[in-house]
Structure formats: C-alpha cells, structure tokens
Design a protein around this ligand. Sequence first.
Ligand SMILES: Nc1ncnc2c1ncn2[C@@H]1O[C@H](COP(=O)(O)OP(=O)(O)OP(=O)(O)O)[C@@H](O)[C@H]1O
Ligand SMILES: [Mg+2]
Length: 367
Amino acid sequence: MKKKTIGVDTGSRRVKAVSFVNGKFERVSFPSLTVPGSLDEYILQQEARDGKKKPISERLKSNEYAIHIQNGVEHFVGELAVRQAPQDASSGFGVPGRYWSDRSIELILTSSVLLAPDDEELELYICTGLPAQTYRTRGAIDKVKKNLIRDFEFTFNGQKYFRAITQVDVLQEGAGATIITAREGLNTQGTIDIGSRTVDLYVVGPDNVIARWCVGTDKVGVEKIVDQVQDWVQREYQTDMVLSPYQRDAILMALAYDNRSFPKITVNGEAIPINKIRQWARQAQTLVGNDINEFIVKSWKDSDSGLAATTFDEVNVDGGGPYFFQETLHTILPHFIVPKQPEWKNAEGYATQAYMLLEDVRSEMAM
Ligand SMILES: Nc1ncnc2c1ncn2[C@@H]1O[C@H](COP(=O)(O)OP(=O)(O)OP(=O)(O)O)[C@@H](O)[C@H]1O
Ligand SMILES: [Mg+2]
C-alpha cells in the first residue's frame, strides 16, 4: 500500500495538517469543530427544498465535510459543523482526553483525505503534538498512539476510504515549530506558541530540551480577546447574547489587518456603535497581551529586570498570536523573531518529523 506522512496540529481553533512532498510542504486547514450529523438527511433536506437530485459533490461546498467511521457515529466537520450547528459544534477544548478521542481520529482522517483525496487506500505515518502539561502526564503519549494506530474504514463526503495508521510520533507543542526554526550554534533557543486558547513555551539548550522552561497554560490565548469583548457587551447591554463565530472572527481579523472592518453587532434590535466595538476590542487586546506577558515572565524569568528570556540566544514566536501581540511582547522580550506564516510552524515541524520517521523505517529496511 502507498505510504504517506502527515503532521497534524489539532489546535483548539483550527486543524493545521501538512505533508512534506517533493521538497515542499502541502498544507490544509479547517476549523477544529465536529458535531453529530447525517449527510443523508442534510442532502434530503436540500432536495426537498429545491426538488432536484444532484450528486453529493454538488451539494457540499468545497470546505464542507462529513465523516462516518465504520461502527461509529457520523459527524460534520469544520465549516459544515459551524454552519449546521454553530452552538453545538465542539472543538473539544477543556475536555480531558480530547487528544485521544474519536474526535481526534476524525480530524486526522479528514486531514488525510484533504491531503490525498484521490488515494482511496493509504498507510499513514503521523506526527502530532500535545500541550506541555498533557505531554508530561504519565501515559498520555501512549494513549494518543493507542488511539490512532489502527485500520480505519470510513466514508468521507459519501466516498469510501481506507487508512491504516501504522506509525505515530507525539511531540510537545512548540517542539514542532522548533524543528523548523532551529539554527546551529545557538546555546538556548526558546519558542513561544500563542494559540487561540493556549500558550506553550519550549526551550532547547545546545544538546537537550530544558524541561523546567517547557510549560504551558490554557488560561490565555487569542480568543480571550473576543471573550472579553463579549463580557463587556453583555454587561453594558444587560443581555446574555453570545457573539456568533463570524462576529468573533471578524473582530479578530479587524484587529489583525488594517483593511478589515469591525462587524455589525446588534442587541435587541439596537446596533452597537462601531467605534465602541473597536475601542473594546483594542482594550481587550492589550489586557490579554498583558496576561500573556505575565505568564511568559513568570515562566522564563531569568533576571530581576521584569523582562523574560534575557539570557536566551533567540526566541521565536509562533501560532496565530503574533498577528495580535507583537507590540505587547516587545515590552518583556528584548528580542524575538516571528517567522513568516507563524500559524503553520508547528504543523510544518510535525510534517518534517513524520517524513523522517518514514525515512528511518526505509533505511532500516534497506540494511
Ligand atoms: N493568518 C492569520 N491572520 C490573522 N489571524 C490569525 C491567522 N492565523 C491564525 N489567526 C488567529 O490566531 C488565533 C490562534 O491561531 P492558532 O492557529 O495558533 O490557534 P490553535 O492552534 O487552533 O489554538 P491552540 O494552539 O490554542 O489550541 C486564532 O484564533 C485566529 O483567530
Ligand atoms: Mg496551536
């Protein structure tokens, strides 16, 4: 059977999956959301509405996925989960065991189809990651491996597929990015991965990982900005409304890019002035930035200066965080580097590791 290597970063917000093929990274990304759902019912509803019979491929948009693993429950994945059940769709965030759940399998199998849609059958070599605390929990790595190393028969958007996962490597989040950004000749190199709901720190010395500096938290992250804005909306307008995924996204995009505008938000028929939303979003950005700084300083304090990582040779900042927090990070980190497209670095590192796993097996077989 044909073999494929894939690195999968199952983030709380988006799955980033990467394959290293012919010297290049091939990448796919989709929201990490799943929700139980029936593709047959969904298609029947559409047929009832327009009275037409069409193939499934014409009924689903290019980023809508439904997966049904044999003997399991069918799920909508990614955008289809967001569109069909925005309030019920789960990213698994905060659920103990989410890294060795059926959900995790569905996200990895979805990635494997998106990266190789024409390969009905594949043997997979997977590398994935765990946040620092989970990584160090006894048995966690084995649970991830045990959950994944199996044969899977499933339908994806109505088509049959077979994937045999035979090799799995598990790295600590941040370690993936370090594989990509590591440079020879440095003594201490730190990586900060600022995700949507987590921040992970990872440090390597000249020849080993420095465990006491590899720590993480799920108390801060980019999405806290929108949580804070929502709190202020609820308080000021005496409402329990929650922002939709589109409004949440639009607020973040407006903060990250000058040419994007803040979304319209209406409470009981009254539109909140855009200026107010902008002001709240920027205030929240600073507050969350300061919380992230506090965590980094607490974890990487190596002097009494109030700065962090002053003795490190280099610090890289990855994940989606750099689109929001570079200004605040400058107040505590004397020097840091943001690679291009930082949100992909972990997955690219995992992909590199998975590729090397296969190379190792091939060279062993050749001996
Ligand atoms: N290219 C981009 N431009 C602007 N914002 C981005 C970009 N990529 C990601 N983000 C934002 O950064 C946040 C963090 O993204 P990231 O992909 O690092 O999160 P994650 O890996 O899913 O979460 P976690 O690591 O906490 O589990 C997202 O909420 C998203 O809004
Ligand atoms: Mg992440």
